[in-house]
Ligand binder design. Structure first.
Ligand SMILES: NC(=O)CC[C@H](N)C(=O)O
Length: 388
């Protein structure tokens, strides 16, 4: 593959922003046109996990790290069965994979899954546009002939309604309940995980990443996963020791239209509750707070977060475009974590109950174990409840 930055080859892909700004590059993966919201992710590793994280539904990801694709894709890193991000923009065209785990090339893998990529893009310019405009609506077209109807592309980007008000959890949740058994594959050297007894946990799948379920299993949870549409009665019918609220795509207020009544019903049952990302946002909604759309959100693997209760700083992985408005937290709900990048809310807990949640991804481990304590805290809350 060649690179549009250094060659005069005719571009085969075009990205149109709703304001008419255009970016050209070399297409890879599936041909066709995709309409989505655009974000940028600053992580240097983990592109396969990012592309398969269900929370990216409705979004195309620009990678600020220039070398993406050079480790190919493998059989282990998928966070769900198929890529969920709508497409990817990278600086350099992906090279031949060079990694002992690689089983396929990124472009073939994307093509089989109907997702488009574009390489040879000035991703710094694009990232600046995202920061200045705030998550633009875009249309990405890949046509090997290099012919583009620019007016139609810009019109498609303009016609996209954006993520505000969109319930996307319904598109990525599981169709039926299932039991999850697999544990984390690896622990950093010297780390001894707590061994617990089996706690019955119901995990609500709003678009759950597999590694979250693995971390719950490793913390001693017997996990039953229920679809996003589960009611409080359906959750409580499993007689759980604790309830987990997963990450997921879209607007928390939109999914909250049906998930908040479920969460409120669970809260009445006085069970330990733990939420991550979309789960965090909807727990906050259920407790009476509000969520807001951020300008360009947080997407990366080096986000420092301060635990306000211990003063400790965790290096976290993040992927969110909405946030809990800490000003709206009711009495009895504490802000436990804040972003050291912009002071936005990154965690809450109820003052008098083992009900807590974080905005970031403790399972994603850039720290690498900085935030794993949250899974053990959830298990410890279930231990304490069992002991009365
Ligand atoms: N990772 C997530 O769960 C994302 C939550 C939500 N969709 C947001 O963008 O803020």
């Amino acid at each position: 593959m060649s690179n549009a930055i250094t060659t005069s080859e005719k571009p085969t892909a075009c990205l149109a922003l709703a304001d008419g700004t255009l970016f050209y590059g070399m297409g890879f993966g599936a041909t066709g046109t995709t309409v989505a919201e655009m974000c940028f992710n600053t992580a240097m590793t983990g592109y396969q996990e990012i592309m398969t994280d269900p929370s990216y539904a409705g979004q195309i990801v620009t990678f600020t790290f220039p070398h993406i694709g050079n480790t190919g894709v493998n059989a282990e890193d998928d966070e769900t069965a198929d890529p969920v991000s709508e497409g990817m923009i990278v600086k350099w065209d992906p090279t031949e994979p060079s990694n002992w785990r690689a089983t396929a090339e990124l472009s073939d893998w994307l093509q089989k899954r109907g997702r488009t990529g574009m390489g040879g893009v000035d991703t710094r310019r694009l990232t600046r546009a995202i920061r200045l405009q705030g998550a633009p609506h875009v249309a990405l077209a890949y046509n090997p002939d290099g012919e583009f109807d620019i007016e139609a592309l810009v019109a498609k980007a303009r016609a996209f309604s954006g993520l505000v008000g969109l319930d996307l959890a319904k598109d990525v949740t599981c169709a039926q309940s299932y039991v999850w058994n697999e544990q984390r594959w690896a622990w950093p050297e010297g780390y001894t995980p707590r061994t617990q007894k089996g706690h019955k946990v119901v995990a609500i799948d709003f678009g759950a990443k597999r590694n979250i379920l693995r971390c719950l299993a490793s913390a001693g949870c017997d996990v039953t996963v229920l679809p996003a549409s589960a009611t409080a009665e359906e959750v409580l019918a499993h007689n759980p020791d604790g309830v987990f609220l997963s990450n997921g795509p879209g607007d928390p207020a939109a999914t909250g239209a049906y998930a908040v009544p479920m969460i409120q019903g669970v809260l009445k049952a006085d069970l330990p509750v733990f939420g991550i990302c979309l789960g965090h946002q909807m727990l906050a909604l259920a407790l009476g707070a509000k969520t807001i759309k951020m300008n360009h959100g947080h997407h990366g693997a080096n986000h420092p977060v301060k635990d306000r209760e211990t003063g400790k700083v965790e290096i976290t992985s993040m992927n969110h475009g909405f946030a809990v408005d800490a000003q709206t937290l009711p009495v009895g709900v504490k802000e436990t974590h804040v972003s050291l990048f912009d002071g936005s809310n990154c965690g809450i807990r109820m003052a008098d109950k083992p009900v807590f949640s974080v905005q970031y991804h403790p399972e994603a481990s850039p720290g690498p174990m900085d935030s794993y304590y949250l899974f053990e805290r959830f298990a410890a809350a279930m231990d304490a409840r069992a002991q009365g």
